[in-house]
Design a protein around this ligand. Structure first.
Ligand code: T5A
Length: 216
């Protein structure tokens, strides 16, 4: 059986990743593929526990290395328990955030060295690299406003959302730098479009880059 494909969605807070992951899954399912939608941190029982811990504003302060190790532990479990078995069964896996988020949040912006992150990536992800990464680029002011209005003031911002505007602009720049450096794996789409227009653009990229190569 042909191995499935791993598609990751990346970008800042409120860019529309979860919305587009769901719409892309519907499209690919209609096209006859078996699709799994998952997310990071999360996607496995342990990963979801780690998600609660890392996003909780009450979690005690810790180093970037400790944080990267927590995300890496979640990713290792997610890969072993869900992603690799699904790919081996020919399923297409759509993952809402993956290793680029670690490179950006804990690395470029968090200050952890690229060397440490590369070594972690080699140990944890190894050859299970994304076949395609869709970076949804958006002005962080717009993304955070979307997240804020979804929350409706009912819940506090998580540990990341609560940071200063400059931090979110640095995240945006860092994601764009990865996409520029790896144009074969990454495509950038404009997140400031309607949900439907964005979904159409994403489908176009997936068809052009992945489905055509399977004759699908
Ligand atoms: N993190 C994660 C790290 O630091 N290191 C790591 O290695 C990893 C994996 C995860 C946090 O963890 C950090 C990064 C993050 O800060 P999260 O809650 O999963 O936290 O945060 P996000 O991934 O940013 O998820 P969000 O739900 O906040 O954003 P999405 O998924 O990008 O956006 P979505 O689709 O939920 O949409 C947000 C709102 O906007 C509306 C939606 O209806 C929703 O209300 N919307 C649109 N409105 C107008 N136009 C559009 N095109 C819209 N698309 C969506």
């Amino acid at each position: 059986m042909a191995r499935g494909r791993l598609i990751t969605l990346e970008g800042g807070e409120g860019a529309g990743k979860s919305t587009q992951a769901r719409l892309l899954a519907e499209y690919l399912t209609t096209a006859g593929l078996e699709v799994v939608v998952t997310r990071e941190p999360g996607g496995s029982a342990l990963g979801e526990k780690i998600r609660e811990l890392v996003l909780d504003p009450a979690t005690p302060a810790h180093s970037q290395l400790a944080e990267a190790l927590l995300f890496s532990a979640a990713r290792a479990d997610h890969l072993d328990g869900l992603i690799r078995p699904a790919l081996d069964r020919g399923r297409w896996v759509i993952c809402d955030r993956f290793s680029d988020s670690t490179r950006v949040y804990q690395g470029t912006v968090g200050g952890l060295s690229g060397d440490i992150l590369s070594r972690l990536d080699e140990i944890v992800v190894g050859s299970t690299q994304p076949d395609l990464t869709i970076l949804i680029d958006i002005d962080p002011v717009v993304g955070l406003a979307r997240v804020g209005s979804r929350r409706g003031g009912a819940e506090p911002a998580d540990r990341y959302e609560a940071r200063a505007p400059d931090y979110h602009q640095q995240l945006r720049d860092a994601f764009l730098a990865i996409a520029r450096a790896e144009p074969i794996r990454c495509v950038v789409v404009d997140g400031f479009q309607s949900v439907d227009d964005l979904a159409r653009h994403i489908r176009g990229h997936v068809d052009a880059r992945l489905r055509r190569t399977r004759g699908g």
